[in-house]
Design a protein around this ligand. Sequence first.
Ligand code: XMP
Length: 509
Amino acid sequence: KILILDFGSQYTQLIARCIRELNVYCEIKPCLQPIAWDESIKGVILSGSPFSVNDPNAPNVDIAAIAAKVPVLGICYGAQMMAKNFGGEVAKSNSREYGRAFMEHSNKDEKLLFDVAAKSQVWMSHADTIVRMPEAFEIIARTENIPVAAFKCTTLTPHPLLALQFHPEVTHSLEGKQILRNYLVHICGCKQDWTPAAFVQEMIGKIKAQVGDKRVVMALSGGVDSTVAAELIHKAIGKNLFCIFVDNGLLRKDEFETVLDSYKHMGLNVKGINAKDMFYGELKGVSDPEQKRKIIGRLFIEVFQQEATQLTDISFLGQGTIYPDVIESVSVNGPSVTIKSHHNVGGLPEKMNMQLVEPLRFLFKDEVRRVGREIGISEIFLGRHPFPGPGLAIRILGEITPEKVAMLQEADAVYIDGLRESGLYNQVWQAGTILLPVQSVGVMGDERTYEFTVALRAVTSTDGMTADWAHLPYEFLAKMSNDIINKVKGINRVVYDISSKPPATIEWE
Ligand code: XMP
């Protein structure tokens, strides 16, 4: 595997995803955490950073010590740190170098640039520049504006030191992936054998070894992650996996029944629990969004725990946690290490005091889908939009009543079915309807109406962190408005949300 030491760059995860796409396994580690060396580590990449290497508190590592073990590749900040640590000089650049540039190189035998065009578009994003190279280092590529675009040293350390001033991991560096591949294959000797099939085989073995003949309990949500995680565990331990699927009354129309049915078809041992009344009861009169979330989270744990304790001999808790949830990120305010603590079922592990089985802990979302495909999970699960844990509760602004839930479920079904039928479903990242706490006047036939408004939301995004409103065709929106108002009693007005995130969020609560 490859280790990526994270110095806080916004692109660190892109490096990881790019390497994984080249079928080489890699992990991101906080830059200051000591490396736990073992035979499997074939190379170390130093990421970019919001710091300048000349900042007094800039994070730094002993690059020579790393290159005593494996080849090192510095990217952007990593490159500048390498230059500085070996005696070169880095200074504020007169012309800031951002965006498109063209890297030029002439040595056809240069391993790092094997099969890369003599002039190739790359993406720069740095304020500092290397003004003097350390001795024994050799420049291997330049751009029009900067003499140092790539460099290396093969004499000072047992393994080579390589550096790129640009970002090979972004798609705007057109041959960036080829350069990373050259590093992985020609310099580190990686095999490119980390495929979904290999992952599945290895993971099934690991789960078997971890769990043995003990039993695992797991909550399913109908989402991609928990479904793929459950099926992997199921493949490893079969009937010793017990699944629980809770109907909190806040799912989409008919979702509980259809998803439960699909789970049973997959051969999962799953128990569906109808806890609607309990959720509605406790949510009565509550309109604050965070309070809704807390109540739903707490009730979910209570229901799950109650069911789980009825099962005997359970030693493990299965979870669909994925890599972005567990990457320890380096904060911009200093190389301090902060850990995001987001779990699909928040707070469960602490409460249940059980060991965790988390087969997807090291996968990115797109890899979860590929693994899901590999183990034969239906596209209906794999292609589903994300849906928040608190469900429709945070799409009904203000107080929740069973009647409002039913109304929103109908409107949502018209919208989502409409997206599917028009072939638009897969073009948006997430879509849903929001029931607004306003009533307005309308006219239907000869009658005056005074009914609710539904807002339609559809966004494009890659990770939900930022999003743009989807530019759905007017004809489609017109049809949805018409269909919803005609089919759903209680709604006489439909609006479309054209806010991006930031400054808005995807959900309204
Ligand atoms: P926002 O509204 O923050 O949403 O832009 C970003 C993504 O997160 C989902 N979301 C949640 N998921 N529990 C969840 O499991 C929550 O409380 C929650 N709130 C928002 C949202 O649907 C979107 O995909």
